[in-house]
Design a protein around this ligand. Sequence first.
Ligand SMILES: [Zn+2]
Length: 397
Amino acid sequence: MAVKESKQRLQCIMGRCFSQLTILCFTYYLSIVAVGCNRQEEKDVKLLTTTGENYLRIRPGVPFKIALFADLHFGENAWTNWGPQQDLNSIKVMSTVLDDETPDFVIYLGDVITANNIPIANASLYWDQATSPTRDRGIPWASVFGNHDDAPFIWPLEWFSAPGIPQLICPATSSPYSGEEECSFRGTQRIELMRNEIERNTLSYSQRGPKDLWPSVSNYVLQLSSSDKPQLPVAFLYFLDSGGGSYPEVISSSQAEWFKYTSQEVNPDSRVPEIIFWHIPSKAYKEVAPRFMIFKPCVGSINKERVSAQEAEMGIMNILSKRPSVKAVFVGHDHGLDWCCPYSKLWLCFARHTGYGGYGNWPRGARILEINEQPFSIKSWIKMEDGHVHSEVILST
Ligand SMILES: [Zn+2]
């Protein structure tokens, strides 16, 4: 498929000048707007303004389809034969889903890599492999971090065998990343992973998020626009970094405040539906989790483990449940869960374990999300690697 570059890049202002930012953003001819970012304006702006086309705008008469790829865990056991084979299997799952469903957009829902398991300094090499099926098809994407994405490297015990000293494995000299950083096992920080994704991929809509929220990085919002009026939002997609790895598994009160402030700025009357994405389920998921079988109103196919929630609840769920425009939250993390259950007036959903890396042998698949503009609806289902579709649910009308 020909790569149809369709993005607007904005010169965004750091900090909390969201009013100015909103005006600036809506002045541009675009369909997805990055808010609260520090992205630099890039070359493809000219292409967009001259063609007036935007790939990510809802196409007339066709719903906007998103594929969620969760828990890919690339680079796991990279020093064995088993590990690289799992990554190839994961590429097959993603390729099948992308070819069958032909989504307009992909969301990488965290645990893209198993960083504490990657024996090279720059884990972006594995991140890059994980995004390759989407990039190769010219499909734009966004990503959030999971708890495994920037954990410090752990030496596997089996490396300390006969010779006694484990061998350093460095990026190949042909790699685009070689020479940038010294070859060591210090791991790759969230901010480096995100910088590499953004700078090396014109199809990436990911953002580094406001600096005052660092080291929680993937905090940003994207606007999905109407097919006929690019300035008219149809939905806002919020991405939050639920931590893990180098810092606690929480959505902090600062992140909750950021959401509150940003959503009031971009969607003051709560008129436009909002959808939320992060990796580790909040404690609210425990409250709605099915006991054994999945019965209505919950919808799903596997309920094979307990919810392993964030360490603390610091206000985000209270804000989300009081905001009528918030329709659903999507998380990954628990590979043996794929249900959606109602919570207050919104839905709490798990994605589906997509990668062959990570624990669990449940069949792999991807949650699909479909947003229809007229009449407005959000629908979701799960697409399996073997083509089987199940667990369809209407999340908003
Ligand atoms: Zn995982």
